[in-house]
Ligand binder design. Structure first.
Ligand code: IMP
Length: 183
């Protein structure tokens, strides 16, 4: 894909590559302190969390394991309903493990609430959440999010793992889309 075409599709850069990497470094220092002496398993949900997982894991100066789930949520149109089906489960038995769910964005948090309940039922030692981005609606969520990169306005954003019709995931920054893309 020609990079200039991508740029035409973007409106405003919300977070630069630099801002994202610096914040992930700060979160990594907190995570290292909180999990000191404990074994840690990062769990990512495909595909959006790929970039956050890769960069957060590489920011951590300690041993860490990684595993992935693929889930599909049934919803009407663009709203998620919280009804979820597992397409790919973890390879890891998480009994007695410290699990940190690593997310790109939390919007309504419905999918995440389901995921936390599902993972808790498997007998882990702990389940916490780290998300790069959080939208305002997520703050009404019952689930406690321990690590938040940035609270962002209620706008549709792409980049750094986040897509619109499977595009823009490969951007290094997070940006809003130009109107002509979806109008
Ligand atoms: P939730 O269950 O409403 O929290 O939905 C979260 C999922 O919706 C994320 O994992 C994304 O796949 C998608 N999503 C929510 N907001 C955005 C956005 O601004 N851009 C791209 N995807 C989004």
């Amino acid at each position: 894909m020609d990079d200039s075409h991508v740029k035409q599709d973007l409106d405003q850069t919300l977070l630069s590559e630099d801002q994202i990497q610096r914040r992930l470094g700060e979160l990594a220092r907190q995570i290292e302190a909180d999990y000191d002496g404990k074994d840690l398993l990062l769990v990512g949900v495909l595909k959006g969390a790929v970039m956050v997982m890769a960069d957060l894991a590489r920011s951590l100066e300690r041993h860490v394991s990684m595993d992935w789930m693929a889930i599909s949520s049934y919803g009407s149109g663009t709203t998620s309903s919280g009804v979820v089906r597992i397409l790919k489960d973890l390879d890891t038995d998480i009994t007695g493990r410290h699990v940190l769910i690593t997310e790109d964005i939390i919007d309504t948090g419905l999918t995440l609430s389901w995921l936390v309940a599902n993972l808790r039922s498997r007998g882990p030692e702990s389940v916490n959440i780290c998300t790069l981005l959080r939208k305002p609606d997520a703050q009404r969520m019952a689930v406690d999010v321990r690590y938040v990169g940035f609270d962002i306005p209620d706008e549709f954003v792409v980049g750094y793992g986040l897509d619109y019709n499977e595009r823009y995931r490969n951007l290094r920054s997070v940006a809003t889309l130009a109107r002509h893309v979806y109008a």
